[in-house]
Design a protein around this ligand. Structure first.
Ligand code: M6R
Length: 609
């Protein structure tokens, strides 16, 4: 997620911007830059890499000036590079902009601006903004910004400076966070509170579609339609470390709560209400290409592998192409049958996992076409694959993957629908049904998160156990594996996941009085069979917590407790059913006093074999 900082006051802007950006480093970034208004013109320094690289450049080319904006970029549109780094400017460098969010209609706006003679230097969606403001500018930057944002669809937090009005700093937001820090004879903007805490604890929390106009002595807030807003100052009482986590105790729980937005962002511009096709900019696979594909391999590690298991099920079900799913460390050494008729899908949050990358290379060497599903723009898998589908989860900091997983699931549905539409196996009617249900998932995920106290109580009851079992059938089995992995990695409880029908072939011998069994029963056609499997473990004394859709009340008769999920299609259930399992793992780890964000022996990105 990008970070924004802006300053207007009597001091030199550069050190304040750099310090502010350093407080936002936890958000993750791949490049950084500043734009400073100095002696009637805007001077810019920006580059790919860490903030220290930017600082080095600023040491060799110091910039004076006490009005400026700074940015750390987490790439979405256009790879990490010097030129794609923010700030972006209009042609004569009189207007500069930093942006956090995704401008959904940027291609349309870009074409229109090009037709008017505007020239673009970058691959970013953001670059349309300074040109749009330039188009409307007639001596009033506030008015021009309001006109420009009225044309933008999508999410944005923007910091804007104009060298022709060096007494103003503009901030405006919709669906991306932005705050204003109110100082004494100086004012600040930032995408998060920690960036301004060294200077002030008084902030305005901008709401959606609000705009702040800062001078060094004053802050005025308006709606983007120009109506004045009287906003209360919010006095920050937290310390800087907890502010980085947005008030949450750990990054993991923050990231669990970010899932509704991550799901929505990953669907943005690809799946749209009323549009009967999937739009994918970075996947060029055609109908003809697909006709030559006779096998799909999905290859990944850990949580990404579990998303791949869901991918196998949904691609086979919707596109009707045979799929094998493999753990990357096994795939690369088992001489898989790959040729030019093979399509590989590799899934990796980081895009740098050594085994996944090796599997991708093996696939390419043997003639396969490779689609990468990754969360990191410009990562190794993204660069080396034939096609890329980015999950827009934003940086994931906790070692235990949560929001990346749900966006990987969304990517699997998107690919399955895309392939199914290409080869004609998904009808208009089926497409519309799934699309409309998918678009409701963010709201349903939000609703589930509201039940977190129930899960917290289960964690308080069960955290003392040494073993836990997770059971399910079909897609529920794939989610059971992910639930068990979550609890293992952060609470260190021994957990096993089984296909519920397999229990009686051996594992049921482990079920004893009081052993917690987490039973997933979201697959309509397998519901009755799951009830029988639950009864089998209840008969051996297990304490069963079941997860089923609202309305399936029969399950309460055979379970000690039930968590009801908002109803959706069975095929989409994993996106919702995993959320309470993540919460269960989280609260259990907290009860056990574990280091939730940095579990022992684990690293976020496994770049060694
Ligand atoms: O970055 P990747 O998605 O390639 O990482 C794969 C696994 O290392 C990762 O999912 C791991 O299993 C997580 N710690 C699970 O929470």
């Amino acid at each position: 997620m990008c970070g924004i900082v802006g300053y207007i006051g009597p001091k030199k802007a550069v050190p304040i911007l750099i310090e502010g950006l350093s407080k936002l480093e936890y958000r993750g970034y791949d490049s950084a830059g500043v734009a400073i208004v100095n002696n009637g013109k805007i001077e810019i320094e920006k580059c790919k890499g860490r903030l220290s690289a930017l600082e080095e450049r600023l040491k060799s080319n110091p910039i004076d000036g006490s009005l400026g904006i700074g940015h750390t970029r987490w790439a979405t549109h256009g790879e990490p590079s010097d030129v794609n780094s923010h700030p972006h400017s209009n042609k004569d460098f009189t207007i500069s902009v930093v942006h956090n969010g995704i401008i959904e209609n940027y291609l349309k706006l870009k074409e229109w601006l090009i037709s008017l003679g505007y020239e673009f230097k970058t691959e970013t969606d953001t670059e349309v903004v300074p040109h749009l403001i330039d188009y409307f500018y007639d001596g009033d930057i506030v008015k021009a910004t309001m006109q420009a944002v009225s044309k933008i669809e999508g999410s944005y937090a923007l910091g804007i400076v104009c060298s022709k009005e060096p007494d103003k700093l503009i901030a405006v937001r919709k669906d991306s966070p932005l705050i204003v820090g109110k100082g004494n004879g100086e004012n600040f903007i930032a995408s998060d509170i920690p960036a301004v805490l060294p200077y002030t604890r008084d902030v305005y929390l901008l709401d959606n579609r609000e705009m702040a106009v800062l001078t060094k002595d004053n802050v005025e807030i308006y709606t983007i339609e120009g109506l004045k807003v009287n906003k209360e100052v919010f006095h920050v009482t937290w310390d800087a470390a907890s502010a980085e986590k947005g008030g949450y105790e750990h990054f993991m729980i923050k990231e669990i709560h970010e899932q509704p937005k991550a799901i929505k962002d990953t669907m943005t511009s690809r799946l749209m209400p009323g549009v009967d096709e999937i739009k994918l900019d970075d996947i060029k696979l055609t109908k003809g290409d697909l006709e030559n594909i006779n096998k799909i391999y999905i290859v990944a590690c850990g949580t990404a592998y579990h998303a791949g298991m869901v991918g196998k099920y949904v691609i086979e079900r919707l596109a009707k192409v045979p799929v094998e799913v493999d753990v990357a460390s096994e795939f690369r050494y088992r001489n898989p049958l790959i040729n030019k008729n093979t399509l590989m899908i590799v899934i990796s949050q980081s895009g740098e996992t050594a085994d996944t990358l090796a599997a991708l290379r093996l696939g390419k060497e043997n003639g396969a076409r490779v689609i990468a599903v990754t969360n990191v723009v410009g990562s190794s898998v993204a660069r080396e694959a034939t096609d890329v589908l980015y999950t827009w989860a934003g940086p994931e900091i906790a070692v235990a993957s949560t929001k990346a997983y749900v966006t990987q699931l969304i990517a699997m549905y998107i690919i399955a629908l895309y392939l199914g539409r290409l080869n004609g196996n998904v009808s208009d009617e089926e497409f519309r049904l799934i699309r409309d249900e998918m678009l409701k998932l963010p709201e349903k995920a939000e609703h589930l998160l509201e039940q977190k106290e129930t899960i917290q109580k289960f964690a308080a009851m069960h955290y003392v156990h040494k073993d836990m079992f997770y059971i399910g059938r079909g897609l529920d089995f794939a989610v059971a594996l992910e639930g068990a992995l979550k609890i293992k990695e952060i609470s260190y409880i021994h957990a096993e996941a089984y296909a519920a029908g397999e229990l009686k072939h051996g594992p049921i011998a482990l079920i004893d009085k009081g052993v917690p069994v987490i039973a997933l029963a979201t697959q309509d056609e397998l519901f009755e069979k799951m009830l029988s499997n639950i009864k089998e473990v209840v008969a051996r004394g297990a304490h069963v917590i079941s997860f089923a859709f609202e309305g399936n009340d029969d399950i309460s008769k055979v379970s000690d407790a039930v968590v009801y999920l908002p109803k959706t299609l069975s095929i989409l259930a994993p996106v919702l059913s995993v959320i309470p399992l993540q919460l269960l793992a989280y609260y259990t780890a907290v009860e056990r006093g574990c280091d939730v964000d940095k579990p022992r022996n684990l690293a976020k990105s496994v770049t060694v074999e």
